[in-house]
Design a protein around this ligand. Structure first.
Ligand SMILES: [Zn+2]
Length: 378
């Protein structure tokens, strides 16, 4: 990574649809399958070494193995060498995460073998002219695959470091470019401060009394998704109708996801452009999942994803994102500070001490802002 006094950097992903020819697609699928085998073998080696000798194999040792294995295995040789090597980095990361959890006193399962269809992408670890992947004549050039048609619908702002090629559930192919960008943290932002609370029916409540609604087209697609799920469960197993229903469901899933991402990107962009400080609750998503009601709203609204988008967009725009302790934000009166207990079903905050009457979530959003400003002042 870079040294010196230059401004802080961060990695960003830019995703573009690609259109491999039939022949190219077959090659990519073969590579993915071969990489899956390398992955599973490498996992098995590490598992065995740990169980038998209580010793962790290093990536370097596995690279030596891969180099030897290539001599005997024609399929291993067909995959671009960087792409094959990168698989061992994935294995290394999986085991690092495993040992981190062991160290934390948890009892995680071993990194898992990937079944057919569970391994979905290839990574070219070097990008640029003469490297494994590059741009040429408006196309994406992948070494040993060829020139692949790509729809470059927006500009990539900086130098590409790596590119991941992947296929989604409905068979579309994507290129995800990892780009290093500079964060301009010194930039000042003149906008006001705002508190944000995740809503149940609405997407979010703001401390200035406004709300962000869930977009209607997204709700509609989600309704269609629910219907498609019911339809699928009624179809006979193994029938052609079931296959058709399954494909329809997968398409709707992809559509909901892309509509949601689009919505989250637009909203987070708008917020960081408007406000100099954005206050949100520090969310413990894992703890939330135990609570059925909240779990639904959080997973539906993609709140966690939203926070991370806010986080990186805030850095670029010179906005401050402040996370506060979430405990009691909905029970506290945002005017007088007294505790006003209420059930989740009570949608209005009505304070018996000072008389403040306010939408429950807006009251919470105001508390969130208050806590953030207190943290900033400290
Ligand atoms: Zn009050």
């Amino acid at each position: 990574m870079s040294k010196g006094t230059s401004s802080p950097k961060a990695m960003r992903n830019y995703r573009f649809r690609i259109y491999p020819s039939r022949e190219q697609e077959q090659k990519l699928l073969d590579w993915i399958e071969t990489c899956r085998k390398i992955f599973n073998t490498a996992i098995a080696q590490r598992k065995e070494s740990w169980e038998k000798e209580k010793r962790s194999l290093s990536r370097r040792e596995q690279q030596v193995w891969l180099k030897e294995a290539k001599k005997e295995n024609e399929y291993f040789r067909q995959v671009h060498s960087q792409v094959a090597q990168e698989v061992l980095f994935r294995v290394e990361r999986a085991f690092a995460a495993f040992f981190r959890r062991v160290k934390n006193g948890e009892t995680p399962g071993y990194p898992r073998f990937k079944g057919r269809g569970r391994y979905k992408s290839l990574t070219f670890t070097q990008f640029g002219e003469g490297k494994g992947a590059s741009f040429q004549d408006g196309k994406l050039k992948l070494s040993k695959i060829g020139l692949v048609k790509i729809k470059l619908h927006r500009q990539i702002p900086s130098t590409v470091k790596t590119v991941i090629i992947k296929r989604d559930a409905v068979g579309r192919w994507w290129a995800v470019f990892a780009v290093e960008i500079e964060l301009s943290q010194q930039q000042t932002h003149a906008g006001p401060a705002i508190g944000l609370d995740a809503g149940l029916e609405k997407f979010a409540a703001l401390s200035d009394d406004s709300v962000i609604e869930n977009p209607r087209h997204l709700r509609k697609t989600e309704e269609r998704l629910k219907r498609a799920q019911r339809e699928l469960s009624r179809k006979e197993k193994g029938s052609r109708n079931r296959e058709r229903a399954r494909r329809k469901l997968a398409k709707l899933h992809a559509k909901v996801r892309s509509q949601r991402m689009d919505f989250l990107h637009k909203q987070s962009r708008k917020l960081v452009n408007t406000y100099s400080l954005i206050a949100v609750e520090e969310l413990n998503i894992k703890g939330m999942v135990k609570n059925h009601h909240l779990a639904k709203s959080i997973s539906d609204a993609g709140w966690g994803e939203f926070i991370s988008m806010l986080e990186y967009k805030a850095g670029e725009a010179g906005t401050k994102l402040v996370k506060v302790n979430p405990s009691g934000t909905s029970q506290e009166c945002s005017r007088c500070g007294m505790t006003v207990p209420k059930e989740l079903s009570e949608r209005v905050h009505c304070c018996p001490y000072c008389g403040l009457t306010l939408d429950r979530d807006v009251n919470a959003a105001r508390n969130i802002l208050k806590r953030a400003l207190a943290l900033e002042a400290a």
